[in-house]
Design a protein around this ligand. Structure first.
Ligand SMILES: Cc1cc2nc3c(=O)[nH]c(=O)nc-3n(C[C@H](O)[C@H](O)[C@H](O)COP(=O)(O)OP(=O)(O)OC[C@H]3O[C@@H](n4cnc5c(N)ncnc54)[C@H](O)[C@@H]3O)c2cc1C
Length: 396
């Protein structure tokens, strides 16, 4: 660390949309520092190397009788990269992945190897659980897990109005609940996971990548009439059968996503989110007929991690997407003020235009994080232009 010239930025799988990693100097990848280091059967904890892809954690943990508490919707991310931006799944009673962290080991700008947890270096621990790669290179993470468990996943297509009417109670009554809305269709689907002891099984599953292609084609063919588009899409989606899968938990949370896109996701106080969703839907359907990518809505439990967007509040997140080769700016520019009006905090890894003063207003422990960063890295070795900007530090 001390001999690398210029700035150093740690990279995981490079799956963040925000420029957290880019630097003209040195990029450090831990892709060869992967795997489970040790586990504690009594506490259901495991120490895992920072470079481990989420998709490479499930099987070795299962061999040790453990499973992650929750997962996001893909498993390509590295563990340290996922924690760096407070990556989350869904579940009103479940926190983001960083909230499962019980200990962190990191290598600082001075080359020191620091360990922290709730007792040992507690302030560093609260800063390190969501750190934007700004404190050092996270080499190992101790995770609180659960005893191996199975989930039953049920995917049901419904009119969006029905989903919205029951969303609050469905979120409270099921372990994991999220819903998607297909713009210009009046239809969405809800995805529910609950613990089960049933044996593994599966109905035929729709390929979500093919689904996105079909939605794009329908947009192009029916662009002459939004009403006909809604009629055709809505009528078709009403006929899609319910999907049910029973499998070990780590095989049910994620899907392969091969369709490229740009994404904005804001984490809103739960009580504001459904009203915000309605306004976003109205704006997109009034002004952006070319949009076909679904909106995604998820629920996340509050935590006490300094830079967690879930700090101190029960959260409901809304994500909007644009196909990768389309200009996302006009739509995101129209949607973001609604997210902000309802006090949303952006996902650290997804597209947003928040400034230092806005972040400082949203995060009560903002200055505490900055103080720890300054103490660990006074010369700013781990900074890049984006981080300098949001921490309001001089360029150079
Ligand atoms: C298709 C797709 C699906 C997604 N689904 C979800 C989802 O369901 N839920 C969700 O919350 N997010 C989701 N995301 C966002 C994604 O989880 C985050 O952007 C995550 O941070 C990416 O992890 P990564 O390993 O690619 O890290 P990178 O994007 O490479 O890095 C992210 C941050 O972590 C830091 N970092 C990486 N490695 C280290 C290290 N060893 N030590 C210190 N810092 C490090 C980097 O410096 C950077 O600040 C998705 C993104 C995509 C593209």
């Amino acid at each position: 660390m001390t001999t690398a010239p210029g700035h150093v930025r740690p990279v995981g799988a490079g799956h963040s949309f925000m420029p957290l990693v880019p630097t003209d100097d040195t990029i450090v990848s831990l892709s060869r520092m992967s795997g489970v280091v040790s586990h504690d059967a009594e506490l259901q904890q495991a120490v895992i190397r920072g470079g481990t892809r989420l998709g490479d954690i499930g099987a070795p943990l299962a061999e040790r009788g453990q499973a992650l508490i929750n997962m996001p919707d893909i498993d390509e991310q590295s563990l340290a990269g996922a924690l760096g931006t407070a990556t989350h799944g869904t579940g009103a009673s479940l926190g983001c992945m960083s909230s499962f962290v019980e200990g962190v080991q990191l290598v600082t700008a001075s080359g020191d190897v620091l360990e922290c947890d709730r007792q040992n270096n507690p302030d560093l621990f609260q800063a390190a659980r969501v750190n934007l790669g700004a404190l050092g290179v996270v080499t190992e993470v101790r995770l609180q897990n659960l005893e191996l468990y199975s989930l039953k996943r049920e995917t049901t297509w419904m009119p969006i109005e029905e989903i919205l009417e029951t969303a609050e109670s469905v979120a409270d009554q099921n372990r994991n609940f999220e819903f998607y809305y297909i713009p210009f269709s009046g239809m969405g689907f809800q995805d529910i996971h609950n613990l089960t002891s049933e044996p593994p099984s599966s109905t035929e599953l729709m390929d979500q990548n093919d689904g996105a292609e079909t939605l794009m084609q329908l947009r192009d063919w029916l662009s002459w009439s939004p009403k006909v588009r809604e009629l055709v899409l809505g009528s078709y989606l009403k006929t899609v059968a319910k999907e049910v899968t029973v499998a070990p938990s780590w095989q049910t949370y994620t899907k392969e996503r091969n369709v490229r896109f740009n994404e904005m996701e804001y984490h809103l106080p739960r009580e504001n989110a459904l009203q915000a969703f309605r306004e976003i839907k109205a704006v997109v359907e009034k002004s952006f007929p070319e949009v076909f990518f679904p909106f995604e809505v998820r629920f996340i439990k509050s935590d006490d991690i300094w830079l967690s967007p879930f700090y101190g509040r029960e959260t409901c997140s809304i994500a909007v997407h644009r196909f990768f080769n389309e200009d996302f700016q006009p739509m995101f520019k129209a949607v973001e003020p609604i997210m902000k009006k309802y006090h949303g905090r952006p996902h650290w890894g997804k597209l947003n235009t928040m400034t230092e003063s806005e972040f400082a207003g949203h995060y009560p422990r903002w200055n505490d994080f900055k103080a720890i960063r300054q103490e660990l890295d006074p010369a700013g070795k781990f900074l890049n232009p984006y981080l300098k900007n949001i921490f309001n530090l001089a360029a150079g």
